[in-house]
Design a protein around this ligand. Structure first.
Ligand SMILES: [Zn+2]
Length: 395
């Protein structure tokens, strides 16, 4: 899918009506309560058309009448109220050793959150756990009739039309088909690469809301990139764009799972950081949080390893700046929780010996959606596809 926010091509009258309907829902989702006259004035749509569309929306349960507004002379007008819990969406996040499922409403508020840890990752295991989690969410919240669809955030190259995860080098998974979910749940299924899903969430809900040019760097087991140019998510000819984790930063460097050497993610992913620390300290730490805690406590090896890690992270970011010159670069993933300790240092390294950029030119932000960004992006896709809007009030 080529996601373009809420713009659409108007071709004939039914398209105009659909477009007006989407504009009215979007406006109501932002303003929450409006009279028909307010809607008509704000969107420049005639009162009879607004009345027809609002009637349809009421029948569909998306809005309700909420009492009378003060009169400006004449009859008191009825207030129309948006109902964020009138529809729901399900987001799935496939991680290296877990599958997470969330239920969100039209405000992208997480209403149900379930995680299942995985020991073995195989096609059958992945599909059966996803099915079980979704079934549990649907049964516990009794939302079957109000679901718009299921969005999946996946760690690799995704074919949205064929509903396939084609390649996931860090998971040793290939050609997993998710078509079965469609027949099982009889709901629209949407697949998205995890970095694209994260970029979508940041651009619609997060700190980069309404920015037209941004590069989202998803740092997990590997590194992926979501590229938004002039409000369009750029995916490339075969949807393979954004594999920024496999940019070479050291010729003949560390061995990568993709078969090449010196890829950025072998130096700047979570796995790279954990591996360097464990090798130097002889520890068996499994989580980046622990290393960053030790870094804060000025543990000598942690400081050495994290400083080296930041140098490597900066190396890739510099290349991205040179290529894209974006409004913002957003760093997502677990390390974004610890930005307080290294954000300044990282900016300094990026600007060191950099003739093209100076302070103030480079905006590097850390995701505030944190670990939720990929999964929120996934659950947004069914909402965007149905109504073309996303609400801004999250959490
Ligand atoms: Zn690689």
């Amino acid at each position: 899918m080529f996601i373009s926010g809420d713009e659409m091509l108007v071709i004939d009258h039914s398209d105009i009506k659909t477009n007006n309907k989407k504009r009215i829902i979007k406006l109501l989702s932002m303003e929450r309560e409006l009279t028909k006259l307010d809607i008509s004035r704000k969107l420049d749509i005639s009162i009879p058309t607004v009345t027809t569309i609002v009637g349809e929306l009421m029948e569909e349960g998306l809005v309700e009448e909420a009492g009378m507004a003060n009169s400006t002379g004449g009859r008191k007008p009825m207030i129309i109220r948006f109902l964020p819990d009138s529809r729901y969406s399900i987001g799935i996040d496939l991680g290296r050793d877990y599958i997470r499922a969330v239920l969100t409403n039209l405000d992208s508020k997480i209403l149900k959150d379930k995680t299942c840890e995985l020991n073995v990752i195989s096609e059958t295991e992945v599909l059966s756990v996803i099915k079980r989690l979704i079934e549990e969410v649907i049964a516990e919240e009794n939302v079957k009739d109000k679901l718009l669809g299921i969005g999946l955030s996946l760690p690799g190259t995704v074919n949205e039309e064929d509903l396939k995860l084609e390649v996931a080098t860090n998971f040793r998974l290939r050609n997993i088909s998710f078509k079965e979910l469609y027949s099982h749940f009889n709901l629209p299924i949407y697949l998205e690469n995890e970095a694209n899903a994260g970029a979508l969430a940041e651009s619609k809900l997060g700190i980069a809301k309404d920015l037209s040019n941004l590069i989202y760097i998803s740092i997990t087991e590997g590194i992926g990139g979501g590229i938004f140019i002039n409000n369009y998510m750029y995916k490339g000819k075969d949807r393979r764009a954004g594999e920024i984790g496999h940019m070479c930063i050291a010729k003949d460097g560390r061995q990568c799972n993709c078969g090449r050497r010196g890829c950025w993610e072998t130096y700047a992913s979570n796995r790279a950081l954990i591996k360097s620390y464990n090798e130097k300290s002889g520890s068996m730490i499994k989580h980046v949080d622990e290393i960053l805690k030790r870094y804060k406590a000025e543990d000598k090896i942690a400081v050495e390893v994290v400083d080296e890690y930041l140098d490597n992270l900066a190396e890739g970011i510099q290349s991205l700046l040179f290529i894209f010159n974006p409004d913002y670069i957003i760093i997502g993933g677990e390390i974004s929780k610890h930005s307080d300790i290294f954000s300044e240092k990282l900016s300094k390294i990026i600007l060191r010996n950099n003739e093209f950029y100076s302070e103030g030119d480079v905006h590097i932000l850390f995701s505030r959606l944190g670990e939720d960004s990929n999964i929120l992006g996934a659950s947004l896709i069914p909402i965007l596809d149905s109504y073309g809007f996303t609400n801004i009030n999250i959490k």
